[in-house]
Each structure stands twice: as structure tokens, then as C-alpha cells.
Design a protein around this ligand. Sequence first.
Ligand SMILES: [Zn+2]
Length: 321
Amino acid sequence: MKDHNPLPGLFAILLASLMFLSAAATADVKITPLGSQEGEFCQLDRALILEDPDGTRILYDPGRTVAGADDPRLGKIDAILVSHMHGDHVGDKHIGAVGDADCKSTSFPVKSLPNTNTVNIALSKNAKIIAGSEMPKFFGGKLKALGGDPKNSQLVRFGASRKLGGVTITTVPAAHSNGISGHMIGGELGDMLNAAGLTAYAGPPTGYVLKFSNGLVVYLSGDTGITAEQKSVVADHYKAKLVVINIGDTFTTGPAEAAWVVNELIRPNAVIVSHANQPSTSGGKVIAGTRVDEFSKLSEVPVHVPLSGRTMVFDGEGKLQ
Ligand SMILES: [Zn+2]
């Protein structure tokens, strides 16, 4: 009788383990902050790229720290999300390159009005712009005027959803303002609005809830104060496991309010801070006494700091891998 050779069995086990590991590795969501300084979290950093395990790449609030459509950090972009029309989110101006401005800088050398950084990136990448309220028609008009396809600007209203690759996208209410500056409109109407100190109507500002193909549900707060929907809609209905929350104060919830939202209303498994409106790190370490520091001490769930260019990887439950 021939001896049983154990090697094929061992190879089969090894192969199965490798297949399992590679499947596990690809079932995570990658989140990469695009800030103004490599490895830091700076004054006006907002932009994040969220990548589904299926490769769908979504850019959230490009703002002023994406160096236009040619920023090499962008790569393929399938869709851009815009929470509201303010210049620090749509991108009325921007850095020319990473490291252009110091971490505290509020002046950016490249102007992008009246087109906006968002529209320029969408045009160049042939990406969709997915937004709520009255914003999609405005973006569609800009795309058309610049030779793009206005259908690339798509609406998703509160309570509805839209699927892009493996990602289900919806908007949720935010308590903030959402006027379109005359500088983004241009022409006679733009001049008249600017002279009168008024803005054009764009409907309510929004946050987003994204459900990725690995099951991860992410809440992007946008600029907002505390809202009842953070419990009833974001937590109770959508069951967000990872929260990206704005902590800048004056314009949005500050550290204390944002921590209360996280601890009492949503109770996710982890939180990424955003919109701190001050230099928050030095050498990649949180600076004592900053809003990020204050928020981190108050939060009852793990807090992740969005260091520019440093990809964070999350499983379906919002745990950092
Ligand atoms: Zn803002």
C-alpha cells in the first residue's frame, strides 16, 4: 500500500488560507484625507477619499486642499459629494501643491471661481457630482457651460438613495446655511448679489450616509449643529458605525457638542474628526489644547485624526484595521 503523502493536503490548506486573507484584505473601506500638509491635520482640511472594496472612489468636500484636477493624490474619482455650497467645501480657491501653504494658512494661491474646484475636478475626471437640495442643477449648468455632461450632476434627496458601484449614497439633514455666493455665479446676477450682501438659494445643506459593499455605514456630518435626525435617522434608521464629524465651533458643532452627538445620539464604533479650523497636529501628533485634543478626551469611542495622505482602513463594523 502506498504511503499517504500529506503535502497536497498542506498545500490546499495554505492556498485556502491565502485566499481567505486576500478576500479579507479586499473587504475593507479605505479612507484617505487630502489635506494641505503631508502627514498633518491642518486649519482648512476637509477633503476625504472613501474607497469601496470594489474600487469605487468617492471624493467628499474637495474644498481648498485638493490641488485642482491635476492633484496626483486624486487618481480615479467616480463621484464627488458636496455637503453645501460654502467655499471651504466646494472649493472657491485651492493649494497649488501639497505643502504650498503652512498648516495655519487661510489664503490659497489658485482661484477657481466661478467654476469651483468641485466642477473642475468632476469635468477632468468625468466624475459624477452627487448632492442634495437645489445644488445638482447649479452644478449641471456649470458642467454644461464648460463642455461637460450636465447629467453627471445627480440628485439624491433626504430619505432617498442612489447607488454607485457598491456604495449606496443618501443625504441627511444638516443644520447650517447653504447660499451660493455671487462669486460662484458671476455676471450681472453675481455682481448684484454681492453688492446686496445676499446669496442665491441652494436649498438646505446636507450630510451624507454611505453604505459600502462590506456593510460599513459611514455618516459624514457636513457642517451642522446638533440635529434630532442624528439619532432618529443616522443612528436608529441607518445604524452608522463610523462617523466623520465637524468640530470647528462657531460655524458647526464644537468639540463638546460633537462629542455629545457621538456619545449620546449615534454611538458608532469609531469617529474621524473633521473641520477643526486650526492646525491640529505637529509631526503627526495632536497638539495639546486643540479642539481635536479636547474632543478626543470627551469621546467615548476611538477617535482617528485625518492625517493628510495617510490611508485609514476600516472593516464593516467601523474598526480600524
Ligand atoms: Zn465649513
